[in-house]
Design a protein around this ligand. Structure first.
Ligand SMILES: Nc1ncnc2c1ncn2[C@@H]1O[C@H](COP(=O)(O)OP(=O)(O)OP(=O)(O)O)[C@@H](O)[C@H]1O
Ligand SMILES: [Mg+2]
Length: 512
């Protein structure tokens, strides 16, 4: 390894300068002479500059999806550059212990492969402001430029690049930290360094071992996930995109979000938490989908509330009142942002299993809801949401997991009472966990269990009283209804007593 510059590519800059001068003078020459100048400069370049250059752009298409090859090269060069390059960029922090270093913009690295020397440069083109826009535009572009002698063309384009990509990917996997992404409002997508998703490092400790769930159900879900992870060939064989949908439903506090964290930890996938209400329309939704890579879990929480447009319209009216004093540009941006989402059910269905959903490979899609009945059947039919998982009140088996997690207990004389009480009372796992947690460092397991039994007793009593109240109010409602009907009937009775214009009453008339 050596610093670039002692040979080849530096000659390139000299030749580039000569060419630049030629181009300037060329315009002052008569057309007949221009032809000869062009021809001979080209020959000169070929003669003295026997190097080939390949560029690898960071973004490969108009969807601004980051190129995987670019990322692999970045990782590969990070190991080479950290010892040679003077300007380095510290990237991610792996397990908060070590820094991952990469070469900074416009730095150069020389690499050697099978005795062949190649040169890498990270080229950055600064943003160019050409037109006025309400939003700060960015066309910042980066690419890696690889230079090598043309006689090594076959080796470099074949074995060397394959080696770089393979090594780079391996390094990426080694450095990888799981991340939690959330979608940005679209007005930020094209700003400087803007992107569709923002992330933080994801370090949720939940696992399937710590999840309070019936062991059978747990085993079934874990097996399903592992089967999915190993199913690349299977999905290819049956001709289906490699993705699987999970619908998690149940009352609040039953562990839906916790299960998503456990899934991410089991599969080693990143989580993409999609906030649907900030997505303007179906096109934006598709763009967000395209920007999610393989090995990711796309999550839409509380799907029943996500497309509730009434809530958003109210918000918009309120915002308009607040905005009266603001400057026009800010006002315009905020107004655009507060427009109700035009994401439709069909857009969402397309997102889940349309043609675009196959881009990117290995993916889980998870919806959560508290009210499964509110969902459109089209959204959750099998095939779209392959697995429906009900997370419900805490059963005895689930309690045992929590007792182990929180109190390190596998059995106890009070477990029997708890089993009976859990059979008679509905308590969500979040409340069970709260009750089992010691209030102080000195509180022992016995005391926690007793506290929990008391909580179960009072929950049972509360439920009984609530049922009684409901019964009473139902009864009162029925009585009020009967009374109202009776009064209505009675109101109609006197009508019959009314005196007719001939002086006889309706009753007398009836008697006749
Ligand atoms: N099944 C469970 N196993 C372990 N802990 C649980 C379980 N359910 C709930 N908890 C605990 O309760 C807390 C709340 O759970 P979580 O956020 O997963 O509920 P949720 O079902 O997503 O609720 P919501 O419908 O309100 O979003 C968690 O921090 C977790 O500690
Ligand atoms: Mg939740």
């Amino acid at each position: 390894m050596m610093r670039m510059g002692e040979m080849g590519p530096q000659l390139g800059s000299v030749i580039a300068s000569v060419m630049f001068v030629c181009t300037i003078f060329r315009q002052y020459l008569p057309p007949q002479l221009r032809y000869y100048v062009d021809k001979y400069t080209h020959k000169l370049v070929k003669l003295f500059y026997p190097y080939i250059q390949i560029t690898f752009d960071e973004y490969t298409n108009e969807f601004r999806k980051r190129s995987e090859v670019y990322s692999a090269i970045e990782s590969y060069l990070s190991t080479k550059s950290s010892t040679i390059v003077r300007r380095l960029k510290a990237h991610d922090v792996k397990d908060s212990k070590s820094l991952v270093l990469a070469m900074d913009d416009n730095e150069e690295v020389t690499d050697e492969f099978q005795g062949i020397k190649v040169w890498w440069v990270l080229v950055k083109r600064e943003p160019r402001q050409t037109s006025f826009s309400f939003y700060p535009q960015s066309d910042e572009k980066k690419h890696y430029k690889l230079t090598f002698h043309r006689r090594h063309r076959d080796v470099v384009t074949g074995a060397y690049l394959a080696h770089v990509i393979k090594e780079g990917k391996a390094i990426t996997v080694g450095n990888r930290q799981r991340k939690l992404y959330v979608n940005n409002p679209s007005r930020n997508w094209y700003t400087y360094r803007g992107s569709t998703w923002s992330h933080v490092v994801f370090e949720h400790p939940a696992t399937f071992e710590t999840l309070a769930l019936h062991p059978k159900m747990k085993e079934e879900i874990v097996n399903d996930l592992i089967k999915f992870r190993k199913g690349k060939e299977y999905y290819a064989k049956i001709g289906k995109p490699w993705k699987r949908g999970y619908l998690l439903y149940g009352p609040p506090g039953t562990g839906k979000s916790t299960m998503i964290a456990a899934m991410s930890n089991l599969m080693d996938y990143d989580i993409y938490d999609l906030e649907l209400t900030t997505v303007k329309d179906n096109t934006e939704l598709r763009k967000l989908l395209i920007d999610t890579p393989s090995k990711s879990i796309i999550v839409i929480e509380d799907i029943d509330c996500s497309l509730d447009l009434t809530g958003q319209r109210k918000k918009k009216e309120k915002d308009e009142e607040d905005n009266e004093e603001k400057d026009p540009v800010k006002k315009k941006m905020e107004k655009e942002e507060s427009q109700p989402s035009k994401v439709t059910l069909s857009g969402l269905l397309n997102f889940i299993d349309g043609i675009w959903s196959a881009c990117g490979g290995e993916r889980l899609i998870v919806f959560t809801t508290n009210y499964v009945d509110k969902l459109d059947p089209a959204l959750i039919r099998r095939g779209r949401m392959d697995k429906h998982i009900e997370l419900s009140y805490c059963c005895y088996e689930a309690f045992k997991v929590l007792a182990k997690n929180y109190l390190d207990l596998e059995s106890h004389e009070l477990f029997e009472t708890i089993e009976r009480l859990l059979g008679e009372t509905n308590m969500i796992p979040a409340d069970v966990a709260e009750n089992l947690m010691p209030n102080s460092v000195t509180e022992d397991a016995d005391s926690c269990l007793k506290k929990f039994i008391e909580a179960l007793d009072s929950a049972k009593e509360e439920a009984r009283m609530k049922a009684e109240e409901e019964e009473a109010s139902k009864k009162a409602e029925e009585e009020a209804k009967l009374k109202a009907e009776k009064e209505e009937k009675e109101k109609q009775e006197p009508a019959k007593d009314e005196v007719k214009c001939n002086g006889t009453s309706a009753k007398e008339e009836d008697a006749k």
